[in-house]
Ligand binder design. Structure first.
Ligand code: PAF
Length: 501
């Protein structure tokens, strides 16, 4: 399709779910992977091909950029696209590229990496993508992770302008020698190509403790002309060092006249996600499913506090008496085991208490028991030991503040008291427990919030850098989706692939 009318007529005939893959043509196997991923979602897939003049600087390769429309159509069709749209500049910029409206990307997002050497580039990308989205109206847009800064900026654009589309990043596709596929690779001579492979080789070999100067020296030595080598926080794109467990090491080089970019994720441990929030916000259900989706272990710290509460009750100890509780913690053997199919088994001194710890009696006393310093210290130490290597999603009240302050993603998952009371009533009913009056339930929940957030030891507080997610009116799937998206803003698919299935 060429015109806006063609697109409109076609769009009207498609199902509601439309996945959009915007490109500038010169399609290669990296684009094919994007299109195949799109097609795997069982939705209609539209590819666009438009070499956007706004994102090229005056001395850049706009004229020379590969234009291979016929081959692009074949590749897109073979990879599973339903249609391809190649609009003319007049369709995209009716007033002309000079006189069109432009979006301005926030300075912080383009101060580093490619933004420094390509002034106006990301403004051009943001402008064209918003126009394309308005015309295509897709439900989802797929972009390559190779251009991580572009992906980050477009994710932020969609979030800040509340555009009704979801963005999914697709892992970088590499040639067998490691070079990331790019339309610009075809500019390379054979000799340049053999030099270019040093870019991924050096970035991937970089140790988390290595200095940028030594990485730059290694690229120089390989005959590449370095434009920048930077290490940044993958989400904020601000420079960082190894205080950030998962960071982005990115570089742009010239190989002959061709500009190449690539990056690697530096990881001092596996990913760590902290999910905090008040009782009854649906944390357990969501966290369990989220952890499973990403191949991370689910650490239910609430179950650990419930287990101690259960032990206190079965030993006939007063939940308010810290001195009497302390000896129970000595040599306490507390185990959490993931069961196939997503369940979890909780063992206290070898006894399976998975069901017992969910009783209303335990629920009523867990805040009091969890407020004792000795209990918090014992369980926090155990949790930290479990999380030392990462690879966890931990859920609780003080995970992002006291237990894993260095978590890669911190979420404060909450819902209004009314909503939580409604969910609690439903849950009690389904499990065959008596259901109190709704107002009584609301009071209980509000009281538990008060106790949790005013207790002296590790009160329930939202970490400064936690993202608040209020789940009223959201389905469980939508909450999980939202968590996955936030995770993917910080950890690429290439660095931590979503397990199959
Ligand atoms: O990545 C690209 O190919 C382009 O920057 C995009 C997103 C299609 C906008 O022109």
């Amino acid at each position: 399709m060429r015109t806006q009318a063609d697109l409109r007529a076609w769009r009207r005939k498609q199902s509601a779910q439309l996945i959009f893959v915007p490109t500038m043509g010169g399609l290669h196997q990296g684009h094919a992977a994007l299109i195949r991923t799109a097609a795997s979602h069982q939705a209609t897939v539209l590819v666009s091909v438009f070499v956007n003049p706004l994102q090229f600087g005056p001395a850049e390769d706009f004229e020379r950029y590969p234009r291979t429309l016929e081959a692009d159509c074949r590749l897109a069709a073979d990879a599973g696209a339903d249609a391809l749209w190649a609009p003319s500049p007049e369709v995209i910029y009716p007033a002309g590229a000079e006189d069109c409206w432009r979006l301005q990307v926030p300075a912080s997002l383009q101060q580093h990496l490619c933004g420094q050497g390509r002034p106006g580039h990301f403004d051009g990308v943001a402008t064209v993508v918003s126009r394309l989205l308005a015309l295509v109206q897709p439900t989802r847009m797929l972009l390559g992770e190779k251009d991580w800064q572009q992906l980050t900026i477009l994710r932020q654009l969609v979030q800040d302008l509340a555009l009704p589309v979801q963005i999914e990043g697709v892992p970088t596709v590499r040639a067998s020698d490691g070079l990331a596929l790019s339309s610009r690779n075809q500019y390379l001579s054979d000799e340049e190509r053999s030099r270019a492979v040093a870019l991924p080789r050096v970035l991937r070999a970089a140790a988390t403790t290595e200095s940028l100067a030594s990485i730059k020296a290694a690229l120089d030595q390989a005959g590449l002309d370095v434009e920048y080598v930077e290490r940044v926080d993958p989400h904020t794109l601000q420079p960082c060092g190894s205080e950030i467990a998962i960071s982005l090491l990115a570089a742009a080089v010239r190989c002959g006249t061709t500009r190449l970019i690539d990056h690697a994720f530096l990881m001092t441990r596996q990913p760590l996600v902290a999910i905090d929030g008040p009782a009854g916000a649906g944390k357990s259900t969501v966290t369990r499913a989220f952890a499973e989706h990403l191949g991370l272990v689910y650490l239910d710290t609430g179950a650990m506090y419930r287990s101690v509460t259960w032990l206190v009750q079965t030993r006939g100890v007063d939940p308010a008496d810290a001195a009497a509780i302390e000896p129970l913690l000595d040599g306490l053997d507390l185990q959490l085991r993931s069961l196939p199919g997503g369940g979890q088994q909780v063992l206290v001194n070898g006894e399976d208490v998975s069901v017992a710890i969910r009783s209303p009696e335990v629920t009523a006393s867990v805040s009091a028991v969890a407020a004792h310093r000795c209990v918090r210290q014992a369980l926090t130490a155990q949790q930290k030991a479990m999380g030392a290597k990462g690879g966890l999603v931990a859920e609780g009240r003080d995970i992002g503040t006291a237990v894993f302050p260095d978590a890669d993603l911190k979420v404060f998952l909450t819902a209004t008291v009314e909503e939580r009371a409604r969910r609690r009533a439903l849950d009690l009913e389904q499990r065959g427990f008596p259901v109190p009056e709704r107002t009584a339930l609301e009071e209980q929940i509000a009281e538990r919030d008060r106790l949790d957030s005013t207790r002296e030891e590790a009160p329930l507080v939202q970490a400064d850098d936690a993202l608040e997610l209020v789940t009223d009116g959201m389905s469980i799937d939508a909450v999980i989706q939202s968590l996955v998206q936030q995770f993917r803003c910080r950890v690429s698919e290439e660095a931590w692939p979503t397990p199959a299935g």
